[in-house]
Design a protein around this ligand. Structure first.
Ligand SMILES: [Zn+2]
Length: 413
């Protein structure tokens, strides 16, 4: 395939030169005025000033993909935590919660995670694939080119397999990349007669080998929380997962603490939620290699506190920001809107927010081939119709990208 020169972009922010950990000022952002990108197949060959790239190319062998009007180019966003494979809706839960009903009252009325488990089990694999496709394509339109998707509404070997196969099938078909995660340890299934430990043991013995065999995922997640799984119960499960070569990620400190310590102890790639983290958890996370992931969509959906992102960054930690898109606590599924709102409440710079949804989110998924724009990496990027990158977060998610490229190809919406 011929090379392509794409541009000129009024501003091009490659998001390079910033560390994965710690606070970042906007002055540290590299902003290339009138920038361009040379792409071959799905890979970036060069980035720089458009006029310099024009001199560099052999015009006979290069296609010029001209960008007209004002545009700010950013790396494709990465949403490192979603639950977009599900059946049904939880609109009733949402209404009841906002009407002041307690968790227990909602659960008694047939709501809560178990309702989604029931609806997801009822759905055929094709119905699940249809739901994932619609939601993922909406994310892609909003500039999100890589989307993590968890299982966790199946809660049996058979149903978890159905979910993970659905995610894999959709990944093979759509333009966005889906990174799957097994969250069979989401909750102790109500219809399982044994203990939580027995359930996890059965999953690790019967499901883990199939995940390997069918290449369904390399990632194991668990919800560490009072009412879900304790640190003690999860330890043998994570140990087994690590022995088999899976990487670990944790739903940690959402309502009570304990999860982030498990994440650090098991050398997890990321610890997500952290709304309840105290100074102690912030310190152990900041000293570790675990990426702390803020999920503002859950805070907005539940009307709860935000992850203490400012404190984690100031302590030297790494903050990724993800949507947690799910039918219960985070139905919005708009990463940019949520990230900009987290920024106003947590006092995060533009640089910190954009880092959190690009290369720091890539780190939260252990992906080294994306998240910044530089030669040799995937050509995933988008262009917003403005001349000033600061407009993007200022418009709080309402300024959407006009063009999105995935693997070097501009997507036709
Ligand atoms: Zn989650």
């Amino acid at each position: 395939m011929k090379q392509k020169l794409i541009g000129p972009f009024t501003q091009l922010l490659p998001m390079t030169g910033i560390t994965v950990n710690g606070a970042v000022k906007d002055e540290q952002l590299l902003v290339i005025e009138n920038g361009g990108i040379i792409v071959e197949n799905n890979i970036i060959i060069a980035i720089g000033q458009y006029k310099d790239l024009l001199k560099q190319i052999d015009i006979k062998d290069t296609l010029l993909e001209e960008v007209k009007g004002d545009s700010v180019c950013l790396p494709g966003f990465i949403d490192s935590h979603t639950h977009i494979c599900f059946g049904g809706t939880r609109a009733n839960d949402y209404a009841m919660r906002n009407a002041g009903k307690t968790y227990l009252e909602i659960s008694k009325a047939g709501g809560g995670i178990w309702d989604t488990v029931t609806q997801t089990r009822k759905a055929s694999i094709l119905e699940l694939e249809d739901g994932i496709t619609k939601r993922a394509n909406k994310h892609l339109k909003n500039g999100v080119t890589t989307i993590e998707v968890k299982s966790g509404y199946g809660l049996s070997v058979y149903e978890e397999l159905k979910m993970l196969r659905a995610i894999k099938n959709v990944d093979n078909r759509i333009k966005a990349d889906l990174i799957s995660t097994c969250l069979a340890a989401h909750m102790h299934p109500k219809d399982y007669s044994g203990t939580a430990s027995e359930y996890l043991e059965e999953i690790s013995i019967s499901l883990f080998p199939l995940l390997k065999e069918e290449r369904l995922t390399t990632r194991i997640d668990a919800f560490i929380e009072e009412g879900a799984f304790t640190a003690e119960v999860i330890a043998p499960y994570f140990k087994k997962a690590k022995e088999m070569g899976f990487t670990i990620t944790v739903h940690a400190d959402q309502f009570s603490t304990g999860g982030s310590k498990v994440a650090v102890d098991f050398n997890a790639i990321s610890a997500d939620h952290l709304e309840a983290s105290t100074a102690e958890e912030i310190e152990i996370l900041a000293k570790s290699t675990v990426i702390a992931t803020a999920l503002p969509g859950a805070s907005i959906g539940l009307g709860c506190a935000f992850t203490p992102a400012r404190k984690i960054l100031d302590a030297g930690g790494a903050i990724a920001i993800a949507s947690d898109h799910n039918p219960g606590s985070a139905p919005m599924g708009d990463l940019l809107t949520q990230a900009s709102i987290l920024g106003t409440f947590q006092k995060l710079s533009n640089a910190e927010i954009l880092s959190g949804i690009t290369f720091r989110a890539a780190a939260a998924l252990n992906l080294k081939d994306r998240g910044v724009l530089k030669s040799g990496l995937l050509a995933d990027f988008s262009a917003f119709p403005t001349s000033n990158y600061k407009e993007i977060l200022y418009q709080q998610g309402q300024l959407k990208p006009e063009m999105v490229w995935k693997n070097g190809a501009k997507i036709d919406f």
